[in-house]
Design a protein around this ligand. Structure first.
Ligand code: AMP
Length: 279
């Protein structure tokens, strides 16, 4: 049976009995969909105990409106997690997570100066803060993050290494709707017209991928893909980048994997996605 905890002290007391077991941890902000579920299922395969946290972390929102409008579907989330037999759900309150405003800040250097970091000031500081807190509270053996948030996964990888958390990071593939749109909690906020055109983000990335393969010219591929997206005036592009998957910087001879990364607003809803190309 799925157990639910709201307090740090309660979940920690409960977890004491599992100190010799393998614990997998999936942090989420709720409004769960099949993408989140795939992370839980991956954890269930590899661990004795799987914990999912649901917490809309205010410190990672640079835009108060976005935080206010973030979808919250807690009863349905709990039902979904019970259905797939997630062992534990942790649902802390803001008071529980932030009894005081954190004083410490992170600096991830180049990794956070581009793309999401550039367009959402302070976002990764908030992510790293809450994930560090959750890691300390839960002390998992493994943690599961989605490739959908590629830059976040690279940041967490660095966080785990630099602070010796000793947690194995598992990066899971992006689950998509049939028409190619990456599953996202934010998709719930798209109106029917915008939902119809949203898959163009995936199509633009496929176009760029094809051009990178056939023409080997990154700038040309990028320009063509941006032109394709811009044909639909409802898209307001934050960025369309083709970068080294590890450094998120320019592609060079050492690049083993290329990442095509996009962020765009559609009717005020911010969508992100990426595709990876092995060299
Ligand atoms: P979020 O609730 O948006 O913070 O996401 C929680 C975790 O689920 C993150 O590691 C995301 O990268 C991952 N995730 C979000 N969307 C998808 C998806 N479509 N496929 C796989 N994983 C996803």
């Amino acid at each position: 049976m799925t157990k639910i905890f709201y307090k740090i002290a309660d979940i920690q007391a409960y977890l004491l009995q599992f100190s010799y077991k393998q614990v997998g941890f999936v942090p989420t902000m709720g409004a769960l969909h099949a993408g989140h579920e795939s992370l839980i299922l991956a954890s269930k395969k590899q661990n004795d105990l799987t914990i999912c946290s649901i917490y809309v972390n205010p410190t990672q929102f640079n835009n108060p409106e976005d935080l206010k409008k973030y979808p919250r579907t807690l009863p349905e989330d709990i039902e979904k997690l019970e259905k797939i037999a997630c062992d534990i759900i942790f649902i802390p309150s803001n008071e529980e997570m932030y009894p005081k405003n954190p004083s410490l800040t992170f600096n991830f250097g180049n990794l956070e100066s581009v793309m999401e970091g550039k367009f959402r000031q302070g976002h990764f500081n908030g992510v790293a803060t809450v994930v560090s807190k959750l890691f300390h509270i839960i002390k998992p053996n493994r943690t599961y993050f989605g490739q959908k948030d590629l830059q976040q996964t690279q940041i967490i990888s660095l966080l785990i290494k630099d602070l010796s958390f000793g947690i194995e990071l598992v990066c899971c593939p992006t689950l998509r709707e049939k028409d190619g749109l990456a599953m996202s909690s934010r998709n719930l906020r798209l109106n029917p017209q915008h939902r119809n055109i949203a898959p163009r983000i995936y199509q633009a990335m496929l176009l760029a991928q094809e051009l990178v393969f056939s023409q080997k010219d990154i700038n040309f591929a990028k320009k063509q893909a941006i032109d394709f997206l811009s044909q639909e005036i409802n898209f307001v592009l934050d960025y369309f980048e083709i970068v080294d998957c590890q450094t998120l910087g320019e592609i060079n001879e050492q690049t083993e994997e290329i990442a095509i990364c996009v962020a765009a607003f559609l009717g005020g809803v911010r969508l992100i996605d990426n595709l990876l190309i092995k060299r």
